[in-house]
Design a protein around this ligand. Structure first.
Ligand code: 8YV
Length: 325
């Protein structure tokens, strides 16, 4: 060991062991042992004590937290792709670089989206609950009949990496037709998967049997799907959300389900996690998962190592590869 002090890195949650080992080899870690997220005062203390912080989606790094005096932290190496829990403008004002972990979670999040599509369309939650409750009376020709995916139209809102990966699975694996709408008009020239781009969200909602959300949460996408949008959806349609809870107006979703405006929903994310709207919990036609999109051993390790790459680049004086501000 030479005498140069190692950078001090704050880690807000326990991470997969391989990631913690890799971080430990390079940095002095200030790590929370708590199984909960840090509160504002704890986050501020970490920002003041550390050269960089590795936060997760449950750490609310808002303008108050990032605007305090005496912050030593110069990098927020987020563990995850979405950075809506970080006020990017406040971070920039405070001279803090923010990075994320794209790519590595694309496949797993797309897989989970397909799992939710199948679960809702084939009524898996309902059937599983019946078996567990002992209320299953045996096979019956018209019991728990769902809808097949093949031939249905899937509408993808937000055609980024995950949206494209879902489209690929839907077309190649399930014989669905895919249409897509994005706020940004990115070229799809590189796509081997046939995806028809529509020019308005309403067009997509009116044509889709399954609507799946894959846009980031930014001011323009908060409550992107609300009363007016549910009114546009087809009566038998279902909504899948593996992006961010506040993209959907949950009260409007409950109303749309109650009035039969739509036929079901599959959700991995919620407006105020971990709280789930009681009107959703009560329904059989809704499948509810606890924010599992990237929750595999492989991906959580890869996310940690990608955050490590950003830390290493930063402390080597380079621009981190996944800079977002
Ligand atoms: C992560 C996610 O579990 O990457 C994201 O944006 O929503 C999830 O896959 C979460 O962000 C971890 O902090």
């Amino acid at each position: 060991m030479n005498g140069a002090p190692r950078p001090r890195v704050g880690v807000t949650r326990r991470l997969p062991a391989a990631v913690e080992r890799a971080l430990h080899e390079r940095f002095d870690l200030v790590q929370s042992d708590a199984t909960r997220s840090l509160d504002a005062n704890e986050l501020i203390a970490m920002l003041r004590e550390c050269d960089a912080v590795l936060p997760t989606v449950t750490d609310h790094l808002n303008d108050v937290v990032l605007g305090v005096a005496g912050v030593r932290c110069r990098l927020l190496a987020n563990f995850g792709s979405g950075v809506d829990h970080i006020d990017l403008a406040a971070a920039t004002r405070a001279g803090i670089v923010v990075t994320n972990t794209p790519d590595v979670l694309t496949d797993d999040t797309a897989d989970l989206t397909v799992a939710l599509m199948l679960a809702v369309m084939r009524r898996l939650g309902e059937g599983e609950r019946a078996v567990r409750a002992g209320s299953w009376s045996g096979w019956h020709p018209t019991q728990f009949l769902g809808r097949r995916l093949r031939g249905q139209t899937l509408g993808i809102v937000g055609l980024g990496r995950i949206g494209r990966a879902v489209a690929e699975r839907a077309v190649r694996g399930f014989g669905m037709q895919v249409i897509a709408w994005s706020r940004s008009a990115r070229s799809s020239a590189d796509d081997a998967t046939p995806i028809e781009r529509v020019t308005t969200l309403d067009q997509l909602l009116e044509a889709s049997q399954v609507v799946s959300l894959h846009c980031p949460l930014v001011p323009a996408t908060r409550h992107l799907i609300s009363h007016a949008q549910f009114a546009r959806m087809r009566p038998g349609a279902v909504l899948i959300n593996t992006s961010r809870g506040p993209v959907v107006d949950e009260a409007a979703l409950v109303a749309a389900l109650e009035t039969g405006q739509i036929a079901g929903a599959g959700l991995d994310v919620y407006e105020e996690e971990p709280r789930v709207h009681p009107g959703l919990v009560a329904r059989e036609d809704v499948v509810l998962l606890p924010h599992l999109g990237s929750a595999t051993v492989e991906t959580r390790e890869a996310m940690g190592l990608r955050a490590l790459d950003n830390l290493v680049a930063h402390f080597a004086g380079r621009i981190p590869p996944d800079r977002v501000n």
